[in-house]
Design a protein around this ligand. Structure first.
Ligand code: MCN
Length: 779
């Protein structure tokens, strides 16, 4: 049998999806199902004086209307699970439906349950809410001002926490030859997966069993949280994540609507469905990034970086979301030195409540922000000392792994310099600089941008999770069940939702057992089928659940070998196992196939004494450390001086994601991440009015990247196996969003250098770029 690990096998999960046979949450139709719609606040900050639901209740087809008062004693607020320690965090939990006050535009104040989705939606307009509007505050820096409106009486200055890590001795900056300082804005964006959120809840009044199908990246975390919030035993609550049209971090958070829908199903004893529409999605699904980062770098005149310190003012939105505090602190702070050997570093984050949609994870979560600030400040440093940004990188890149950064993170494997060299060679850097010079002489604005990033992923060791305040482990569970026929079902506690583990995990098992990939099916996303797991995010599924899978597979091979030896009347040491065949050394005709052993194990009449029947293996794998994918991305842009439009002409990426299971899937992951990273750099932004109205609440106002915006990405890989899991794999899911924003902004700043432009805030819209050129010309 041909080896399958490392091969670009087409995704097993795609035929179902591309022929329209997927089953998404909205495809679930149950007898007697009712439909929910949410009444949302139009104001960002207001007291609720009265809510009159009489007319809505009398509307034909309406079954029930719930307000905050109706549910407040039945559902506990939804708690964040990442209570970062040591920073006096004041968590403000999401309330199921607002009771006395709304804190952001779009917050749900009531829910209608009706016989059809249309009736439910119509009845929303019949609910009368009388508000007393309060002054709102939208921007985090404004929220810190003494005169700013206060959202919570017990949160002075709207500060949810102040977190600090690392230290830079004062004399390092005081004595440095060069100090560079820049305020960098990570604008607010929204993940905007193709499928919005949704839930279907079904309650069995006889058994007390509650099932919730919902759009989640981590069904077991949802089960844990909703069981607690609804007062239902975990044994009585089943969460199923059906097919999902993307999550990208926005479906990690545990929200309130799903819990209120479940309550309605329990009380009305009928299934209830709620599907968010796109406008609601813009308002009520978590936003991301929204950090104002001031970074300071101390270095020598000849390009050696001595220290970096970053102060991050993070907008948490109106409530503390599931990962809300962790993203701008731990995720961000530990990676502020990037891929460089920088002796001293310090990070400080102030988390601020504002009258906006809560923020949470989005592809990369904290690491794109960390990467952005170090990659931008290095370019500004290079500019200040008059050195090519590549040279500065070469002088400071991590030279030898394993390497422990100033924050204590252990970079696991790889050749940082070699990766950069490969990218430079691919794009032909020297020729490109020459081309740029010629272009400039002809009035054309070409720019070259670089980003040599590293990120922390493969979350991660449970010990670390505990230490950083995550309310749950970060281990993973994989179970392999070999059926009598030799076909195999794999169960994983991670919950892939588009990433392709249905294929890559089958490749791992196929390689281990020497059976066809087609014989292996992956089951995930169902808390009843899978004992426990922590979900898919943080590019953890392959390093952690895949690590568990490899060990579980080895355990099965070990047992199968014992059975084969027994049947062939030899010892295990006399056996070879290759391509799915156990054969006696020196007598290859004496053999048993893996499939035959699968039957023997289940049929069980001739097992070694004392051996349990069946062939099933499980592993709960708690990795010893994180994994650190890294790489070098270089891009070329051309700016139209008359319109400010940025055209991306080339994008070269060289990534080290450890040993690759499926190069086609990995390339797809990089490309998807690049599209989102470039989208943030050039087009995407959630914009609020000063009164807290979301101005970018439709696709007319929020630019999503489209395929036609991009050139053909030129991606390649270097493989250095990670020592922290048996597969040697590092995560790949977030590399693109981590690397691309700074590569693009660095390129555009390079193009605008002749106008003296040093920095512009993302997104680099034509208007912003045009104005910078215009001002530069005037100056
Ligand atoms: N892979 C591989 N070899 C490696 C590393 C990964 O073949 N060395 C494969 C994996 O087996 C898997 C894919 O690449 O098929 C991504 O794996 P991994 O890096 O482990 O990431 P996760 O599966 O944990 O996915 C999470 C990551 C994140 S954090 C976001 S956000 C994201 C992303 O993946 N959201 C996605 N990619 C997405 N892709 C889709 N289609 N939809 C989303 O919502």
């Amino acid at each position: 049998m041909a080896k399958v690990l490392g091969k670009p096998i087409k995704r097993k999960e795609d035929p179902k999806l591309i022929t329209g046979h997927g089953q998404f949450t909205d495809d679930i139709k149950l007898p007697g199902m009712l439909f929910a719609a949410m009444k949302r606040s139009g104001l960002a900050h207001a007291k609720i004086k009265t809510i009159n639901t009489d007319q809505a209740l009398n509307h034909p087809g309406v079954v029930a209307v719930y307000t905050g008062k109706d549910v407040q004693d039945k559902i506990k607020p939804i708690r964040s699970i990442w209570l970062v320690p040591g920073c006096d965090l004041i968590p403000k939990d999401r309330v199921p439906l607002a009771v006395d006050k709304v804190n952001y535009a779009g917050e749900a104040v009531a829910m209608v349950i009706a016989e059809s989705r249309y009736v439910a939606r119509d009845a929303l307009d019949l609910i009368e809410v009388e508000y007393e509007e309060l002054p709102a505050v939208v921007h985090q820096e404004a929220a810190l001002a003494e005169s700013a409106p206060i959202i919570y009486e017990d949160v002075p200055q709207n500060i949810a926490f102040t977190w600090k890590a690392g230290e830079v001795p004062e004399e390092v900056f005081a004595n440095a030859e060069v100090v560079v300082n820049q305020r960098l804005v990570e604008q607010r964006v929204i993940a905007n997966p193709m499928e919005t959120r949704g839930a279907v809840a079904q309650y069995n009044p006889g058994s007390g069993d509650l099932t919730i199908w919902c759009t989640t990246q981590n069904p077991h975390i949802h089960r844990m949280t909703y069981a607690d919030a609804l007062g239902v035993a975990e044994t009585k609550l089943r969460i199923i994540a059906p097919d999902m049209g993307g999550g990208f971090g926005a479906k990690i958070a545990v929200y309130t609507e799903e819990a209120v829908v479940a309550l309605a199903a329990m009380e009305l004893k009928q299934p209830v469905k709620w599907i968010e529409d796109r406008q609601e999605h813009f308002l009520a699904t978590s936003h991301a990034r929204d950090q104002v980062i001031t970074t300071e770098l101390a270095g020598t005149k000849d390009g050696k970086i001595l220290a970096v310190r970053a102060k991050n003012i993070a907008n948490l939105g109106a409530y503390l979301s599931t990962m809300g505090a962790g993203v701008p602190t731990i995720d961000f702070g530990l990676m502020i030195t990037g891929a460089y050997d920088i002796p001293h570093a310090a990070a400080e984050t102030i988390g601020v409540y504002t009258n906006t949609t809560p923020t949470d994870a989005y592809r990369g979560a904290g690491k794109p922000e960390a990467s952005f600030q170090i990659e931008r400040i290095i370019n500004l440093y290079a500019d200040k000392i008059g050195m090519d940004p590549i040279e500065v990188r070469k002088k400071n890149l991590v030279a030898k792994v394993p390497y422990t950064n100033a924050m204590g993170c252990n970079y696991d494997s790889g050749d940082y310099h070699g990766t950069l060299d490969k990218a430079l060679e691919t794009i032909d850097y020297a020729a490109l600089r020459k081309e740029q010079e010629d272009a400039r002489n002809n009035g054309r604005l070409l720019g070259i941008g670089i980003s040599t990033y590293v990120e922390l992923c493969g979350l991660g060791p449970s010990k670390v999770a505990g230490a950083i305040g995550l309310g749950g482990g970060l281990w993973e569970n994989s179970t392999i069940r070999v059926h009598p026929s030799g076909k195999v079902t794999v169960f994983t506690g991670a919950s892939p939702h588009g990433q392709g583990e249905g294929t890559t995990f089958a490749q791992v098992v196929a390689e281990k057992f020497g059976i066809p990939v087609e014989d292996i099916e992956l089951v995930s996303g169902d808390t009843l089928m899978i004992s426990m797991g922590w979900g898919t995010y943080g590019s953890r599924t392959t390093p952690v659940a895949g690590g568990a899978l490899a060990i579980a597979a080895d355990r099965i091979v070990e047992k199968a070998k014992l059975i084969a030896a027994h049947e062939l009347e030899v010892t295990v040491d006399d056996l070879d196992f290759s391509d799915g065949v156990f054969s006696v050394k020196g007598q290859p005709e004496k053999q048993r196939t893996f499939k035959e052993i699968a039957w023997s194990a289940n049929n069980a009449w001739n097992l070694p004494d004392g051996m349990e029947p069946a062939l099933e293996g499980q592993c709960f794998f708690d990795p010893p450390d994180f994994v650190y994918p890294f790489g070098a991305h270089i891009c070329v842009v051309e700016v139209d001086p008359d319109t400010g439009v940025v055209e991306l002409k080339r994008y070269v990426s060289v990534d080290d994601v450890g040993r690759i299971i499926n190069p086609m899937i990995v390339e797809g992951q990089v490309h998807g991440g690049l599209a989102q990273g470039i989208g943030q750099a050039l087009w995407e932004q959630s914009v609020y009015s000063d009164k807290g109205q979301l101005l970018s609440g439709t696709f007319m106002d929020y630019t999503m990247p489209k395929a036609k915006f991009f050139p053909k990405f030129e991606s390649s890989f270097v493989e250095s196996p990670s020592p922290v899991n048996q597969l040697g794999a590092k995560g790949v899911g977030e590399t693109g969003t981590t690397a691309a924003p700074s590569a693009i902004v660095n390129a555009v700043m390079d193009a605008l250098a002749p106008f003296g432009v040093k920095d512009l805030e993302m997104p680099l819209t034509p208007e912003k770029v045009w104005r910078a050129i215009h001002d530069g010309r005037k100056g």
